[in-house]
Design a protein around this ligand. Structure first.
Ligand SMILES: C=C(O[C@H]1C=CC=C(C(=O)O)[C@@H]1O)C(=O)O
Length: 368
């Protein structure tokens, strides 16, 4: 298994970290040590709920290369003892409850997630998994974090922030439609998303959150007009480029990640009401739906929204994966369940597990 405690592959290159100087479950302590240059860099994962433990590390060394990870074909595996958390009927009921809460007022958007756990027939090698994830999307996105109890591994397309000096770029994603192998069906799915008022509403909450958090700390703030349509191997998404120049240069990329995360791409609007809804209805998310990335003491770094991911236990056979979707007025529960299944395909494909192997899970493949 890889000796690296952290790997982030992006289209512009790979950042790796080796060795552990210190582990930080407390993100505020890591951010303070980095700001005060007590450590040179911090890598890892911020929890979704700031009150839950993060998995941050001050590593011995950080390495940058300018080439993304090469992709590789997944190794075929079997996943057994599959459990869906919650079961599909409960997820449908939660979506209905969210739509009702939105209709009652006081909540505009909430992102509801579900998890799937199981056991692989052979331990997953993190390097193989990273290569399969990087090979599954045209940007070669992939990440892996040593959490202390296992590995968090995934391929998030969603850039929370990239910071170089005072320059910041973000690429928020929200609004989704599944990809299809048949080009005509794939085009229809893309066009349906482009014309979906519900998905554009869902997307706008994320952009508005970034505007509100960045405007007070930026001299320049440019936000794209109509969202772009971008794709992963499995999904179409609406995405809006954001560019900001920060007023001051003292804050690090980790400080900024903590200011921006979680966005309404994984939590909701208003944030406190959505977070309460999630806490009441869901099992704790841990690291899913937080942020994963690196930051150095010069203030630079890059953080992705922690989606399209799974956690492997120490043995490399116990696996938990998640997918969520934004619920707004007009969301259809069955379509939301299908969307989470399509999003789970990112990690299922990389694991070499097919839906046919999951009859016990009651998962319904997206139409193609
Ligand atoms: C919360 C997830 O995706 C987010 C990112 C893109 C599109 C999303 C959506 O359309 O709901 C979600 O906000 C996930 O993949 O688990």
């Amino acid at each position: 298994m890889s000796p690296d405690v952290f790997v982030l592959s992006r289209p512009h290159g790979v950042v790796r970290a080796a060795g552990v100087v210190r582990r930080y479950p407390d993100a505020a302590a890591a951010a303070r040590d980095l700001r005060e240059r007590r450590v040179d860099s911090v890598v890892g994962a911020l929890a979704f709920d700031p009150r839950e433990p993060s998995a941050l590390i001050a590593p011995t060394a950080l390495y940058h290369t300018r080439i993304p990870l090469p992709g590789a074909q997944p190794t075929a595996r079997r996943l057994t003892a599959v459990v869906e958390i919650p079961d599909p009927a409960t997820h449908l009921a939660r979506v209905q409850a969210a739509v009702a809460a939105i209709a009652d007022g006081g909540l505009d958007k909430v992102v509801l997630a579900r998890a799937l756990t199981g056991r692989l027939d052979a331990p997953a090698d993190v390097d193989d998994l990273l290569a399969a994830l990087a090979g599954g999307n045209h940007e070669h996105n992939a990440f892996a974090v040593d959490t202390g109890t296992g590995r968090l591994v995934g391929a998030s397309p969603e850039l929370l922030l990239r910071k170089h000096g005072r320059e910041v770029t973000c690429l928020p994603y929200a609004g989704s439609a599944p990809r299809h192998a048949d080009p005509a069906a794939d085009r229809r799915s893309r066009e349906a998303l482009a014309g979906s008022a519900k998905d554009h509403r869902e997307h706008a909450f994320v952009v508005e959150h970034l505007r509100r958090r960045l405007a007070p700390i930026a001299t320049d703030l440019e936000i794209g007009g109509r969202p772009e349509l971008l794709s992963t191997g499995e999904m179409w998404h609406l995405a809006t480029p954001v560019h900001a120049v920060l007023t001051e240069s003292d804050s690090t990329a980790l400080d900024l990640a903590m200011t921006l995360s979680p966005t309404p791409a994984t939590c909701g609007t208003p944030a406190d009401v959505a977070a309460r809804f999630i806490r009441t209805h869901e099992e704790p998310r841990g690291l899913y739906a937080g942020a994963v990335g690196w930051a150095d003491a010069d203030g630079n770094g890059e953080w992705m929204v922690t989606i399209r991911c799974l956690e492997l236990d120490r043995t490399g056979t116990g696996v938990r994966m998640w997918a969520g979707g934004g619920i707004v007025a007009g969301s259809d529960p069955q379509a939301e369940l299908t969307e989470t299944t399509a999003k789970l395909q990112t990690v299922l494909n990389a694991l070499g597990v097919t839906l046919d192997d999951l009859p016990a899970a009651g998962m319904t493949p997206g139409q193609s």
